[in-house]
Write a protein of this length. Structure first.
Lengths: 1112, 483
């Protein structure tokens, strides 16, 4: 049955797609035929009226506007005219037809002839009055894409690129609604409209009635009982980035986004309302693109420059999945935070949900929007290092201190082999360059009342600022089609896209090399331009240019929504989607990566990472006005499958470097990580009941019975539910009458549970794996072995987060001042983790639900003020503030558990334990710490002697954003601020000073030199034990200090050419712009960057681009 | 502009929606069925066919054979306990690496604990899991003889591992099942209890394993000695009884092996450690494609030692213990001349890295006949059966090119046997360390040897410490006294 059903469904979908495409093509052709001829030659006999229209349209370029039902009663046409005026020809054609026509604005509007005939019940009474007009904003600029709807009907029209419209309504008593995102909807009775009419829409600064995308539906800011922040395409387009997470950094209250490196493929740490689970156990939000779950987070790779592997920054080998979505194609992003907004996603809502809605076609003639920009990226800061003199002094003093002779062969930096009078600024040489960044994108959209389409594509080219080879190129293509039957009952919409990213940058990050290479290291190139090896004593870092990298990634997204409205209150919907991501990475390490004086065998690795997700979600929405109340009921079901697989193999024994990219050209193939496949299936039924009484009192109940394949038979299903309520108290007469300055006031609250099933599949099951030996090793006794793979846990169950929230929304002076604040408390229990076990159980961990409870408590606040608003000048400011406190609330049996030395009740779950630093021993010059028993030691116990607690979570963070427009100029800039403690410059001293040929920070100048010296920096030395002592500093409380910063994260300045000028170029709108990212950082932090706090990878880069954007 | 047949489509859609919702609600269990894992096998299925059951046992031996584990290479008992005793002079830079900690007898409760313990219990888990599987209901479909042999092999292995564990750690938790709820709160069982289980397992193994022949995992008679047979179980039992001072049983079990037709002392000393050696009772097959016995990779000296090269030279006390004219000094000890200094190193195994598995000629030998003669000699001497003890000892001496023993009193003879063990079994499986312990000579010998190695000696060091993480993870576990 299911097979037949699928087959039928496919055929139907194909049919719909064919039809839609056909309609689309006709439409485009139709629109493009824009000759100015108005004379017509026609010879037709009994031709259908529609064909005749087509012919005339071909000859004249005039559009014919009609609804399908218009022509139902049309008679065939017989006509023979030669080179006659269009008007006359039409008169002949319409003689005897039950129809009339009207030529307006290069369109021929067909309407029913008004005849006092008997009312025909089978035919909707359409089009008796035609109104033409134009819609503009307050400055007189035309507004394209404004929806004009006849109230209480499904009849809708739209303005064209010039803001003009033609509306046909049934009766003189009709009321027209003019609505446009960001503007206050106007209702005007037809009787009050002159034709042509000019309608001026007022900007809605309150944003209260803007459509907000929420889980399985839409609402408005006014009606929403949940906590949702929406970022729209206007904001997104201000960021010169290929990953939309850059935009969310700082623009969403309650959401922290940190970049892990400055490399173009960097992953991000994303936390909505703090860390809900245990550190390292996932914790990324659920991403949903156009209703289809998108496998977000990171994609495992072996490229060690590509960013941290997990959401919480463990490892350094991964790509970020969200970089496979072109930000230019995103219409809006909704970040869902509280229980009311997220509980309907049940098992996957605990860490918040990010809904991405792509751009769709808009009614009107074809509009082309295009933009191109180009710019540079570079490292914003250089860290001061020891100069040549200080460096040489350090190395010699180190040898003197430990009485070790300078090795005449190995200590090339000080034994006279290298020129010790020569000094190089390696940061400038290796990471001081400029990378280039160019992007072009184009989108074409348009459509009629019944069919809308959008086609878009983009190309992005990025080079590294480092002295490496290769680049990163992306290209994508997206298409969106929506078509509706003429009675507006059935709608089909399809969105599809393909994204290709090819990264060929060689796998090198010079950041650490640039910081540590001795200043007297030889020149990179010889006088002849060849790489310099200084008589075979210098492992030239530029050898790394010889690494080969070819990492293509692809992303296919598709989604189809079929919707049917049998009656206007009921909608039946089916949403189906498929997403496939793929990484096919080849990393080649040719024999040329080592200097000529040492040999290396060529080797290459091949990583395959594939994941796909599909989902099918039927849904029924019912809404009903009952007196003053409005009821909205949604029920649905969801079937999802997310499967990912990966493997990595390495090949060696190549006869030549030239064959490295062929895995079979190697003579030995070994496994790097084994083939794994993780199937996940979810099945759920969900529902929502939303009731609103008099637009004053709102109540919202949601629930989801969710099943996951990750759990054992008896624990697979769980019910997640939430209740939310809102009270718009400003609608109460008492307040309305007495506090008129308060234009809007809403109090809302929600409470409910969400969950997480973020655990490897089959964790509940006892299984055997093949022996995890390398491919090619010898089976024991000729039988390839099987070994137990895990301890099964049949009781494995959901991790649940209970969220409670109270929000207050206020607007004063008709929205000129808007304030919103949310207080929340999230508690997570049954933490899913690989819980530590004594290895006498056979394994050191078991996947289970830890009985602990983590709490995230805090508040966020957003204040938006329209400071100045007049015709030429406007200035608005948005201030966002977030405070979150993470705390381990309960952990029964912690003291006797394996976590006794890891977690502390009452402290954040990711608390850092550190030694109590005790400076340098005045007698020996070695670091020392105060051990747990109070004694002073240089070799403490790394588990029990870490007595100090360091909280590295931000104390608060947020942003201040200003938008200023002056005439044609518009300027916006966003400062992001974070108050936090982080790893400081002392924590960056990972090697003992002078121990090896490694440059370091000038703080070491303050080192211990002779007995009696009291200082915080260990003596220079070459003794092996200094390496052990170094941890006394880098893992002590002294290695952490203030890492707060204020960063000018984004600046965008644009100038829109006056309409008249743009129109001369044949455009509706032409803008030039300059954009910058990470422009300025105000901080006391002494390291490379307070955000990444890393000395091993590039900091987030400064990006400056310039470009233009146009609309045709 | 075109009309759709929207009614039909709408009807159809409604149907689809209803069906999908109905299927979604009713078939939820099925909807999230992801089937059996495809990269691993459900445990129950492993024991439903001969092939997979054999694979599970092969997996166990593969783990034992992995280089850098307990029986083979860098972290092996032979190297680490040899370092801990007085067999080597170790040239290595000071570091917290286990080898150095063993050598200087500076293991503490906190420093590097990544030796032995995790491996012991991971392999014990495999043994227990396999025994459970072979005894479960599904295993009734296995061929009876194969099932019996597999059970014997695994019980033998479990006994072997527990016996080593007791000798290294003293009292250890006796894990016999797979349930983490039970196992994670176990405390240490007295060594005697563990040894009872060892004897029980070996007795079971003796009756289940092939007698005097080798049968491969696939049930085919084989010349390869990589799987234990009945004689291997007897050889281990002989060792267990010897360590337990049960002289009578030690003698009996050793006699079982010596009397068996499959084993002869290889007359040519350089053939003793070949994988084809007829002296071998049980050896572990190398699973590496480049190393036979990975110990050799550490032991064979290819250049003069430097302080950073991690080189193993034989200790002076060991070199001095060789009698003159001992052919073992010629055949089993390597010499490296550097300037005026001669370094002596263990060269029982002579094969270093090779290009492919086919070229491997040596496997790590766990039990060989010579040890059985020495066990019987000692057991007989302890029972005052001096003449038979002498003749057993002389078998070994004769092969080494030495004259008959001159020891005539029980004490002298025992000391002669101890010294013979030191020479015959040097750098093999920590025999020196365990012999010193069981014969009560450890404190005397080590208080001289430890300072020579740059450490100090205390008698608590006879047992090595449990990993601290274990004591933290299971509050019922206690550390060995002194640590």
């Amino acid at each position: 049955m299911a097979g037949v059903l699928t087959h039928r469904l496919c055929r139907k979908i194909l049919l719909i797609m064919k039809l839609t495409t056909l309609v689309l093509i006709t439409l485009i052709m139709h629109v493009s035929a824009s000759s100015l001829a108005q004379k017509v030659t026609l010879v037709e006999k009994d031709a259908p009226l529609e064909d005749v229209f087509d012919e005339i349209s071909n000859q004249t370029g005039y559009d014919f506007l009609f609804t399908g039902s218009n022509l139902k009663f049309a008679k065939p046409v017989t006509i023979n005219v030669t080179h006659e005026e269009l008007n006359d020809v039409l008169k002949k054609i319409f003689a005897g037809q039950p129809l009339d026509f009207l030529i307006q604005n290069k369109s021929v509007v067909i309407k029913d002839r008004i005849t006092p005939v008997l009312e025909d019940k089978t035919r909707p009474a359409f089009a008796t009055v035609a109104i033409i007009g134009k819609v503009t904003d307050e400055h007189g600029n035309p507004l394209p894409g404004v929806t004009i709807k006849q109230k209480n009907t499904s009849l809708a029209f739209s303005t064209n690129a010039k803001g003009e419209f033609t509306a046909l309504v049934a009766t003189q008593s009709a009321i027209l609604q003019f609505s446009f995102i960001g503007y206050i909807t106007q209702e005007i009775p037809v009787t009050q409209l002159k034709s042509p009419a000019v309608i001026v829409l007022k900007e809605d600064i309150s944003k209260l009635d803007e459509v907000q995308i929420i889980a399985y539906g839409i609402t408005t800011k006014r009606a929403n009982t949940g906590d949702v922040t929406t970022v729209d395409s206007n904001t997104i387009q201000k960021y010169p980035t290929n990953n939309v997470l850059d935009v969310l950094q700082g623009t969403v209250p309650g959401m922290a986004v940190y970049k892990n490196t400055g490399n173009v493929t960097s992953t991000y740490k994303v936390q909505i309302r703090g860390m809900n689970g245990l550190p390292g156990d996932g914790g990324s939000p659920l991403y949903v693109v156009d209703g289809v779950p998108f496998i977000g987070g990171s994609v495992e790779s072996l490229n060690n420059t590509s960013g941290a592997k997990s959401a919480n920054g463990v490892g350094n080998q991964a790509y970020d999945a969200l970089s496979l979505i072109n930000p230019d194609d995103i219409e809006s992003i909704s970040v869902l935070k509280d229980a009311d907004a997220t509980a309907i996603y049940g098992s996957r809502g605990a860490d918040g949900v990010i809904l991405i809605t792509t751009k769709k076609g808009k009614v009107g003639t074809a509009t082309i929007d295009a933009s191109v920009y180009t710019g540079v990226t570079h490292v914003a800061k250089e860290v001061p290092l020891l100069n040549l003199q200080q460096y040489l002094q350090m190395r010699k003093e180190a040898h003197a201190n430990d009485n070790t002779p300078i090795n005449s062969i190995t200590d090339v930096d000080i034994n006279g082999v290298w020129d010790t009078t020569r000094s190089t600024d390696w940061q400038k040489q290796l990471i001081g360059g400029y990378g280039h960044n160019t992007k072009a994108q184009v989108g074409i959209s348009g459509g009629t009342d019944l069919v809308q389409y959008r086609v878009s594509g983009s190309y992005n080219y990025v080079t590294s600022l480092e002295a490496i080879t290769g680049n990163d190129q992306t290209a994508n293509f997206n298409i969106s089609l929506t078509s509706t039957t003429s009675n507006h009952k059935f709608t089909a919409s399809f969105t599809g896209g393909y994204f290709y990213d090819l990264n060929t940058m060689s796998q090198t990050d010079y950041t650490y090399t640039a910081r540590t290479l001795p200043p007297d290291a030889p020149a990179l190139y010889t006088s002849t331009g060849a790489l310099n090896f200084q008589n075979n004593t210098f492992a030239n870092p530029l050898l790394a240019q010889n690494y080969i990298n070819s990492s293509p990634r692809t992303n296919l997204t598709s989604n189809l929504v079929l919707s049917y409205r049998p009656i206007s209150d009921l909608e039946i919907k089916l949403s189906a989607g498929y997403n496939k991501q793929n990484l096919n990475e080849f990393l080649g390490s040719p024999s040329t990566i080592t200097p000529p004086y040492s040999l290396s065998a060529p080797i290459s690795t091949f990583t395959y990472d594939n994941s796909y997700a599909w989902s099918i979600e039927p849904q029924i929405d019912y809404n009903k006005q009952i007196g003053k109340g409005k009821l909205l009921v949604t029920v649905g079901a969801s079937l999802q499958d997310e499967t990912s697989s990966s493997e990595a193999l390495s090949a060696s024994g190549y006869s030549t470097d030239l064959l490295l990219s062929s895995i079979t050209a190697g003579t030995a193939i070994n496994m790097v990580f084994p083939y794994t496949v993780s199937p996940n299936k979810f099945a759920a039924t969900f529902g929502r009941i939303n009731y609103n009484w008099a637009n004053k009192y709102y109540i919202d109940l949601t629930g989801r019975d969710d099943g996951s394949s990750n759990f054992g038979q008896n624990r697979q299903y769980h019910l997640f539910a939430a209740a939310g309520a809102g009270w718009i108290f400003s609608e109460e007469d008492l307040i309305k009458n007495n506090l008129s300055f308060l234009s809007f006031g809403k109090l809302r609250g929600s409470y409910g549970t969400t969950g997480r099933d973020d655990i490897a599949p089959y964790s509940y099951l006892s299984t055997y794996n093949t022996v995890s030996s390398q491919v090619g090793s010898v089976p024991y006794g000729g039988v390839s072995g099987l070994v137990p793979s895990r301890l099964p846990n049949p009781d494995l169950s959901w991790e649940t987060t209970t969220k409670a929230e109270l929000g207050l929304e206020l607007q004063f002076l008709k929205g000129r001042i808007a304030f919103e604040t949310n207080f929340y408390r999230n508690r997570t229990t049954g933490l899913l983790t690989g819980a530590t076990l004594p290895v006498i159980t056979g394994f050191n961990s078991i996947n289970e639900n830890l009985p602990a409870t983590i709490q995230n408590e805090g508040f966020d606040a957003t204040l938006t003020t329209a400071n100045i608003r007049n015709k030429d000048f406007s200035w608005s400011t948005t201030i966002i503030f977030t405070h979150d406190q993470n705390k381990l609330l309960k952990f029964p049996g912690l003291a006797t558990s394996p976590y006794a030395n890891t977690y502390v009740i009452g402290q954040p779950i990711n608390i850092v334990k550190a030694y109590k630093f005790d400076g340098v021993n005045p007698q020996t010059g070695n670091y020392q710490v105060i051990a747990a028993n109070g004694s002073v030691t240089s070799l403490p116990n790394s588990i029990t002697d870490k007595t100090q607690l360091v909280n590295t979570n931000p104390v608060f963070y947020g942003s201040v954003q200003n938008n200023i427009t002056y005439k044609q100029f518009s300027l916006s800039f966003l400062f992001r601020y974070v108050k936090q403690t982080g790893l400081n410059e002392y924590g960056n001293l990972v090697t003992p000073s002078g121990y090896s040929a490694t440059n370091t920070l000038p703080i070491v100048l303050n080192r211990w030199q002779k007995p009696g010296d009291v200082t915080n920096i260990e003596r220079y030395g070459t003794n092996f034990f200094l390496i052990l002592y170094q941890a006394d500093l880098t893992q002590s409380n002294f290695a952490y200090s203030n890492a707060s910063y204020i960063r000018l994260q984004n600046l965008s300045l644009s100038y829109a050419l006056p309409t008249l000028v743009s129109q001369k170029f044949g455009m509706h709108n032409l803008q030039v712009f300059i954009q910058g990212d990470n422009l300025l950082t105000i901080t006391g932090y002494k390291g490379l960057d307070p955000e990444t706090q890393s000395i091993f990878s590039l900091p987030p880069l400064r990006i400056i681009t310039a470009g233009l954007r146009l609309t045709i | 502009m075109k009309q759709y047949k929207n009614i039909q489509i709408a009807k159809f859609l409604t149907c689809v929606a209803c069906v999908v919702i109905a299927v979604g609600m009713a078939g939820c269990k099925k909807a999230i069925d992801v089937g059996a894992p495809t990269t691993s096998i459900n445990t129950a299925n492993v024991y439903s066919s001969d092939g997979t059951a054999e694979a599970a046992v092969s997996g166990l031996f593969t783990t034992l054979a992995a280089p850098s584990h307990m029986y083979n290479g860098q972290a092996s008992v032979s190297l680490q306990q040899g370092l801990a005793a007085d067999e080597f002079t170790y040239y290595a830079a000071p570091s917290p690496a286990p080898a150095t900690l063993f050598y200087t007898n500076t293991l503490t409760t906190q420093n590097n604990n990544n030796y032995y313990w995790p491996e012991i219990y991971s392999e014990i888990f495999s043994c227990n899991s396999i025994i459970q599987g072979l005894n479960s209901a599904v295993a009734s479909s296995l061929t009876a003889t194969i099932k019996s042999q597999l059970l014997g092999e695994v019980k033998f292995t479990r006994a072997f591992i527990y016996f080593n564990a007791v000798n290294l750690y003293g009292d250890v938790p006796l894990v016999l099942g797979t349930d983490p709820a039970i196992n994670s709160i176990l405390s240490r069982s007295p060594a005697a209890t563990v040894l009872q289980q060892v004897v029980q397992d070996l007795t079971d193994a003796q009756s289940a394993l092939p007698d005097n022949s080798y049968i491969s995992l696939a049930g085919i008679t084989s010349t390869s000695r990589i799987l234990p047979n009945k004689q291997a179980a007897s050889a281990l039992l002989a060792r267990v009884y010897l360590y337990s001072k049960d002289w009578k049983n030690a003698e009996a079990q050793a006699s079982n092996v010596i009397g068996s037709s499959s084993y002869v002392l290889e007359p040519v000393l350089t053939n003793v450690f070949l994988k084809t050696s007829r002296e071998t009772i049980w050896e572990i097959q190398s699973i590496s494609t480049s190393l036979g016995n990975a110990d050799a990779n550490s032991l064979l000296m290819i250049a003069a030692p430097t302080t950073v090269a991690n080189d193993f030279a034989l200790s002076n006390s060991l070199l001095n213990a060789f009698e003159s004219g001992d052919n073992r000094f010629i055949s089993w000890v390597g010499k490296l001349q550097s300037g005026t200094t001669t370094y002596y190193y263990a060269a029982k195994y002579k094969q270093n890295i090779v290009a492919s598995a086919q070229l491997i000629t040596e496997y790590p030998i766990m039990f060989r006949l010579a040890e059985q003669y020495l066990i019987r000699a000692e057991a007989r001497a302890q029972q005052n059966n001096l003449s038979n003890a002498q003749s057993d000892l002389n078998v070994i001496r004769t092969r080494a090119g030495l004259g008959n023993t001159t020891a005539a009193t029980q004490t002298d003879l025992l000391n002669a046997i101890y010294r013979e063990r030191r020479i015959e079994l040097f750098t093999e499986f920590g025999h020196r360390w365990f012999d010193l312990k069981r014969t009560g000579q450890l404190d005397t010998v080590m208080s001289v040897a430890a300072p020579l190695k740059g450490g100090t000696w205390s008698s608590y060091k006879a047992l090595i410490p449990l990993p601290l993480t274990e004591i933290q993870a299971d509050s019922h576990l206690t550390q060995n006294p002194g640590y």
